[in-house]
Each structure stands twice: as structure tokens, then as C-alpha cells.
Design a protein around this ligand. Structure first.
Ligand SMILES: [Zn+2]
Length: 427
């Protein structure tokens, strides 16, 4: 391969990469520390090591940063990033201590997060000193969040700034945690009711054979999948999340770029998200604590291309966009109604030591069932106030409440579901 001498010239990969490809499908060697998932201490559990440079140290399948591992590959390919780069973690430690909680040492309570992933410097000092490339999979920081809906709630008198949780300029003070997926495969298989062998084979095949170790290295139990993770926003003191005497308001929200970011009115995602933030602020101001866990599962985890195809199918069908065909149109395109599979979602709640949610800001029966099924008690369920539902989203909300979503309002009957309520494509 040659490079031109123009402005875009980059060093050839051959100058930096070893001459042979290092296959991952053979046993790594004796230098890899073992992982005992659910062990009571970090030392007994062992570090998660997904380094791509020292193969003998690896004790997992996959690499760090989820889907962004592909961008890291591009950075290496383009010459922008050295493969040998080691993160300088000076001053990066969490702003708040989370855990350890009893749930961390229950191998079945948490199967998709590394509970020790935020505190690697404290948890694995010996391995770090010995040169093992142990990286955080969780980061915790502080932020101010400023949303027009919260400013509106202040203007309308629903919220009052207290200079503690909510500032007069409308900024809410939060602690936020970014969490990468770290899957303990035997535990994930159990949640999905399949065998580990079956799960590993399907993961291997459905990613186009991307991770051969899934099928060749049964000694590796932990997989860092190439998917998005979660971000958690906490209103109030994060330590209070584990305190059963402190009232907890919580929403678990699945990503919807079109509504959450761009304000598209075909669904209720952003209104519900901002409503939950308002409820969380109120809860924190009343001596409680609030939590919003945001999962990267765009378009019911079907992706945005599928989602937009479904929008067209809904709006072009004979009779227009009706609630009685809402789920059917998704199933026609995607083969399923939903791929979010809430089975893994409660893990992040257990990571914070949560044992009960006083006010769950969600209408989803799937989320409710997953949370209560994982042993977390739920008190009140808070539905979306009618005035926050955009006109074009009536189809969605009717279809969902008819299908079993929680509502304190009226459940639409069959006649109601057949009435077209969604806009056409050109209006
Ligand atoms: Zn949405």
C-alpha cells in the first residue's frame, strides 16, 4: 500500500502493526488473572482485563468502550492512535462512592455490569502495579443540567429553585454515571432462558463471526459486547439510593434520539423523560432522591433505520396511522414488536444498592415486571400527564395502554383503537 504525498497522507499501517495477525481463539496463557463473578471482594473477584496489546493478560471476550471500539480501530488504522497507548487516569476517580452493596456479591443479581468497574485504582492496585491494563468500565462525575421544560415548570410554579437541587437559572445539580456493558455470559443466558452454549453461538453468528472466542474459549465467561451502555442521572445524594428510608423516584428510559434530542412529536419519549426529571427534582427537594437511568437502545433496540421504516409503514397503510396496527407494523418490518428485552435493565439499580422504588415514573409493564421480578419493590407508578402527550403520539399511547401499559386514565376500547389519530406523511 502506498500513500500519496498530499495533505491527507498518513503513515501506512505496516509501519505500526506487527507483521502477523494475533488470533484470539487460542488460550491466552497463564498470566491472565481469573474472574470469579459475584465474589464478595474485588480481590476475590479479580479484574476485567480486555487489553488488545498484551494478549496473555486478557481474561474476557471483546474490548472496552462498547460500540466505540470500532472507532478506536479506525483511530489506530489512520495512525491517530498508538496501539500501545495506556490511559493516564490521574484525577479521573469517581466524585461519589457507590457501594459495595450486598447485591455485588450475588452472582445472579448483577450479570451485565462490572460492579467494581468504577474503582479500579482502589480495587486492583496490585494488578495495576504489576503492569496489567485494567481500565474503568464506569465513570462518575457531577453536572448541571438545563432543560427548557424545567425552566417552564419553574415559570409555571410547579418547581421552585432551592439553590441546592435546583438553581434559580433553572439548572438542576446532578451526579451522573456512565456505565459500559460487561456481561457474565452464564448469568445473561439464565436471564434469557437459554443455555450458555446457545447464547455464545448465536452471539458469534449474529455478529458475523466477530468474536471467535465466544465459541472457542469456553474458559472465558465474561464478554464486553459492542453495544451502547447506560447513563444514570441522580438528583440528590447517590448514597441515599440504597437507603430504604429515603423516598426514591426513578425512571428507566430507553433512548429515542428523534424525540429525546430533536423533539419529534410521534412519540412521548422526551415528554416522559423531562416529566421524570421534574418528578426527580421534586422528590429530592422533599428529602428524597431521584434517578433516571438512560439506556442506549434506540428504537426499541431495533435501530433508527428500522424505526423510520415503521413510521412510513404506519402512515401509509390503508386507513392511516391507527393504534390497532401500531405493534403489527413494527412486527412486519422487524420480525418482533420490541427488542429491548428489559431482563438486564435492573442490574444498574442493583448496582446502586436499590431495594425499592417508591415512585416509578413509567407506564411500561415490561419495565415494571423486570424490576419487580428482580426483587425490587415498586410503590406508586406515575403515568404521563395527558397534557404532555403530543397529538401525533396518541396512536402510540393508545396502543400501549391497550396492550397492558399502566395508566391512571381510560384504557381505549377496540373502536377507539381503530380511529386514525396519526398525521399523514405530508401534513
Ligand atoms: Zn420515542
Amino acid at each position: 500500500m502506498s500513500t500519496d504525498s498530499g495533505a491527507h497522507a498518513r503513515p501506512t499501517s505496516g509501519q505500526r502493526l506487527p507483521g502477523h495477525i494475533r488470533l484470539t481463539s487460542h488460550s491466552g496463557g497463564v498470566d491472565a488473572p481469573s474472574i470469579t463473578w459475584g465474589a464478595p471482594t474485588a480481590a476475590a473477584r479479580g479484574p476485567v482485563i480486555a487489553t488488545t496489546t498484551t494478549r496473555g493478560h486478557r481474561n474476557v471476550v471483546g474490548t472496552h468502550s462498547g460500540s466505540y471500539s470500532v472507532y478506536r480501530a479506525l483511530a489506530v488504522a489512520s495512525g491517530a492512535l498508538s496501539r500501545e497507548h495506556r490511559a493516564d487516569l490521574t484525577n479521573t476517580s469517581p466524585t461519589d462512592v457507590v457501594g459495595p452493596y450486598p447485591q455485588w456479591s450475588d452472582p445472579e443479581a448483577i450479570v451485565s455490569i462490572d460492579p467494581w468497574g468504577a474503582t479500579i485504582a482502589d480495587s486492583f492496585p496490585d494488578q495495576l502495579a504489576a503492569g496489567y491494563d485494567v481500565r474503568p468500565t464506569i465513570a462518575i462525575t457531577k453536572a448541571h443540567v438545563i432543560l427548557p421544560e424545567i425552566a417552564d415548570a419553574i415559570a409555571k410554579g410547579r418547581l421552585v429553585p432551592d439553590n441546592e437541587t435546583l438553581l434559580p437559572n433553572g439548572a438542576a445539580l446532578v451526579t451522573k454515571a456512565a456505565v459500559e456493558p460487561v456481561w457474565y455470559l452464564p448469568g445473561v443466558a439464565k436471564r434469557f432462558g437459554c443455555s450458555e452454549t446457545e447464547l455464545r453461538r448465536v452471539l458469534f453468528e449474529e455478529t458475523g463471526g466477530m468474536y471467535p472466542e465466544l465459541v472457542t474459549r469456553s474458559d472465558l465467561d465474561v464478554f464486553l459486547p459492542p453495544i451502547g451502555g447506560q447513563t444514570v442521572y441522580i438528583f440528590g445524594n447517590p448514597r441515599d439510593l440504597a437507603d430504604p428510608t429515603v423516598e426514591l423516584t426513578a425512571r428507566v428510559h430507553d433512548e429515542c434520539n428523534g424525540s429525546d434530542v430533536f423533539g419529534s412529536d410521534i412519540c412521548t419519549c422526551r415528554p416522559y423523560l423531562t416529566h421524570a426529571i421534574e418528578e426527580c427534582i421534586l422528590g429530592a427537594q422533599n428529602g428524597g432522591v431521584g434517578l433516571v437511568a438512560y439506556s442506549r437502545k434506540e428504537g426499541r433496540a431495533l435501530g433508527e433505520v428500522t424505526k423510520f421504516l415503521v413510521y412510513n409503514a404506519r402512515k401509509r397503510q390503508v386507513g392511516g396511522d391507527t393504534a390497532d396496527q401500531y405493534f403489527a407494523r413494527t412486527e412486519c418490518v422487524a420480525g418482533v414488536q420490541d427488542m429491548r428485552f428489559q431482563e438486564l435493565m435492573p442490574d444498574v439499580l442493583h448496582w446502586f444498592g436499590i431495594t425499592k422504588i417508591d415512585r416509578l415514573v413509567s407506564m411500561s409493564n415490561m419495565k415494571y415486571d423486570a424490576i419487580t421480578g428482580s426483587g425490587i419493590a415498586v410503590g406508586e407508578r406515575v403515568d404521563l400527564p395527558d397534557y404532555l402527550i403530543p397529538d401525533d403520539a396518541r396512536v402510540e399511547i393508545d396502543a400501549k395502554t391497550a396492550a397492558g401499559y399502566f395508566t391512571s386514565g381510560v384504557i381505549p376500547d377496540a373502536d377507539e383503537l381503530r380511529k386514525a389519530k396519526g398525521r399523514g406523511l405530508t401534513t
